[in-house]
Design a protein around this ligand. Structure first.
Ligand code: B30
Ligand code: ZN
Length: 259
């Protein structure tokens, strides 16, 4: 899972489409900047979360050279549906995007403002058996984006990831999380207020298959926890930053759902 693309220099985001990832120059790309006075208000039903309050049987944290990614094993697979989603989706992983400084890091921006960390919970439409198949259909994936803010308050769920993050500093490293948190505890309380738009994977091949949900409520993280992400390396340099800049909207609608 080492890559020819990167986040700066000759293989940076502006070059992805020229490196053979032609979909990265499409007209349904992610992330975007959400302009709050241009969003369309729409009352989607609440997103229905199934099995999000479960402790995973197993959680593995991997440094895949471009992010820290958690893969999970469950007794009952967490799923999301309703909430205007075009199907039922099962969670397949979560991972993070960050920067070198607190004023950058998130992929999505709100009125031009970045957050220091953005978590993506990636789900696959249950009508597709394989990820490779889901990546070929416009309703293939649903990703929920969660923004983090630095606070001195202790984030207990994130605390459970700390030992694993310390052990995956090296690119390619993968470890088991001893006491995995509930997915629910990594998420905001209020999941009824969210932005919604049609977009893509934010990394090559940039497949235009993602229904995006960005929650308005943020989650807190300590400075120390944030530094654990910044310490992760590809070989031998730090990953440093792993956010793609906002992409053009090309007339797409961005919805705000608030009950
Ligand atoms: S994101 O949430 O838009 N950042 C994928 C899923 C979600 C996002 C980005 C990518 C994805 O499934 N990519 C294809 C599989 N990847 C595996 C991976 O996640 O680690 C293979 C790859 O990219 O070539 Cu490195
Ligand atoms: Zn992501």
């Amino acid at each position: 899972d080492d890559h020819s693309w990167s986040y700066d220099g000759e293989a940076g985001p502006e070059k992805w489409s020229h490196l053979g990832y032609s979909q990265c120059s499409g007209q349904r790309q992610s992330p975007i900047n959400v302009v709050t006075n241009r969003v369309i208000r729409r009352h989607f039903k609440p997103i229905v979360f199934e099995n999000f309050n479960q402790i995973p049987e197993e959680m593995n944290m991997t440094n895949n050279f471009h992010s820290a990614k958690a893969t999970l094993d469950w007794e009952r697979t967490p799923k999301i549906s309703s909430g205007g989603l075009p199907g039922e989706y099962r969670v397949i992983n979560f991972h993070f995007h960050w920067g070198r400084m607190d004023y950058r890091g998130s992929e999505h921006t709100i009125d031009g403002e970045s957050y220091p960390l953005e978590m993506h919970i990636v789900s696959q439409n249950t009508k597709y058996d394989e990820l490779s198949e889901a990546l070929q259909h416009p309703d293939g994936l649903a990703v929920m984006g969660i923004m983090f803010e630095v606070s001195r308050a202790n984030n207990r769920a994130m605390k459970r990831l700390e030992p694993a993050l310390r052990r995956i500093v090296k690119g390619g490293a993968s470890v088991s999380v001893d006491e995995p948190p509930r997915l629910q505890d990594l998420m905001p309380w209020n999941t009824n207020d969210f932005y919604r738009y049609d977009g893509s994977l934010t990394t090559p091949n940039c497949n235009e298959v993602v229904t995006w949900t960005i929650f308005l409520e943020t989650v807190k993280i300590t400075q120390k926890q944030l530094e654990l992400f910044r310490a992760l390396k590809k070989n031998p340099a730090p990953i440093g930053r792993n956010y793609r800049p906002p992409q053009a909207r090309y007339g797409r609608s961005v919805y705000l759902s608030q009950p």
